[in-house]
Ligand binder design. Structure first.
Ligand code: RI2
Length: 307
């Protein structure tokens, strides 16, 4: 495996690069750089190398379909190319387009999402989603006086990144432990979270604990908003695949020797929120209900759906 692919795979696996949008852009960028530095060879050899690289990147983290969409859109049309140069240029162009499009989508979601946040709102967020945080920061930049409760998000504690980011943006921010979600929901007006994957039925797969926010929001009649670029919609689920929920190492939860050796630790990284608990999915194409995800997927796939 080339250095650029191996380094990207390692960085995504050990979460030096994390966040569903970021890992997708990192995967696409790695394919672009690998193509640019690939020595001239016969096209078949180049395509085989790219497919191997794509598969290695996809194996780095299994849940976020953004990664799948990022690398697969980077190689779209590769099988139809006939020369090395044509194949290389296709990957470089496709990957660059994905990176640009996905970054712009986060900016568009911030603008649309901010309109859903009113002056005086108290918002709860979970983990560290650049899409959700973008909307909150945009609302603050527009001068809205808002307060945010951010969950710690054990075991990686991505909430620490969130509160640092929001505080720097001048947002009145309070860190809460994950088990305080239901208690604090009573004081909350709106929940804003991100997405790793949205299934064709509108179900949300996001950081473990998200479904608890959704249940508590439902109970307290607090609106539950998902900020998600449409490349987080999963074409795989349209054709019956289920989403693999990543499980990570025990040492992310407990230190060695802290618990008896016969005690097992279960460390799922994501959970599923049923569509009925979601009020709005805020995308770069506009705000939609979970029931619209199927139509967007079909439109995105276009003619490919029949292949
Ligand atoms: P953006 C993260 O996963 C969180 O689950 C977050 O909600 C989601 O990706 C989306 O993040 P992890 O990589 O793409 O921390 O909105 O496991 O930044």
């Amino acid at each position: 495996m080339s250095d650029v692919i191996a380094e990207t795979v390692a960085a995504i696996s050990d979460m030096r690069i994390r966040g569903a949008g970021r890992i997708a852009r990192a995967g696409a960028t790695a394919l672009k750089e690998y193509s640019e530095m690939h020595a001239k060879c016969n096209p078949k050899e180049f395509k085989d190398d790219i497919i191997r690289a794509k598969d290695a990147i996809l194996a780095s983290r299994p849940t976020a379909v953004s990664l799948w969409n990022g690398v697969n859109s980077s190689i779209r049309g590769l099988d139809k190319t006939t020369t090395f140069e044509e194949a290389r240029d296709l990957v470089v162009t496709n990957a660059a387009y994905f990176v640009k499009m996905s970054s712009e989508a986060v900016g568009t979601i911030a603008k649309i999402g901010a309109k859903r946040i009113k002056d005086g709102d108290i918002i709860m967020t979970h983990c560290n989603s650049s899409a959700a945080i973008g909307a909150i920061k945009e609302a603050r930049a527009q001068g809205k006086d808002i307060r945010v409760y951010a969950t710690e998000s054990r075991p990686w504690r991505q909430g620490i990144l969130t509160v640092n980011d929001l505080s720097k943006a001048g947002v009145d921010t309070t860190l809460i432990i994950d088990s305080a979600v239901r208690t604090v929901m009573r004081k909350t007006d709106k929940v804003f979270v991100g997405a790793d994957t949205i299934a064709s039925n509108g179900a949300l797969i996001n950081k473990v604990g998200t479904s608890q926010l959704a249940l508590c929001a439902h109970e307290a009649r607090v609106s539950f908003n998902v900020c998600a670029e449409t490349y987080k919609f999963s074409p795989l689920t349209l054709f019956g695949d289920t989403v693999t929920i990543e499980e990570r190492e025990i040492d992310e939860v407990v230190k060695s020797g802290e618990i008896p050796a016969d005690v097992k630790v279960f460390n799922p990284v994501f959970d599923t929120t049923p569509p009925g608990y979601i009020d709005a999915i805020i995308t770069e194409l506009g705000i939609m209900s979970p029931g619209s995800v199927y139509d967007v997927l079909v439109r995105q796939l276009g003619e490919d759906i029949f292949n």
